[in-house]
Design a protein around this ligand. Structure first.
Ligand code: SF4
Ligand code: SF4
Length: 62
């Protein structure tokens, strides 16, 4: 299982994470990224955190 968190203070709304997520669990809302889907479907691929230019996405396994 993975926990995906977005730091809204850091997020600049570039959509890179949401467009890159193969599980489609990230989306944009009010100019910020947010987790819109079920974290249980997260693959833990880290594509979102790698693609974020400001380091706003954290993926933790638990
Ligand atoms: S780790 Fe992969 S599957 Fe999980 S939210 Fe990020 S891009 Fe999507
Ligand atoms: S990649 Fe980072 S800055 Fe861009 S929308 Fe996602 S969380 Fe925000």
């Amino acid at each position: 299982m993975y926990m995906v968190t977005i730091d809204a203070e850091k997020c600049v709304g570039c959509n890179q994470c949401a467009s890159a997520c193969p599980a489609k669990i990230l989306a944009m809302a009010d100019g910020k990224a947010e987790v819109c889907g079920d974290c249980a479907e997260c693959l833990g691929c880290q594509t979102c955190s790698i693609s974020c230019p400001v380091g706003a996405v954290t993926v933790m396994e638990f």
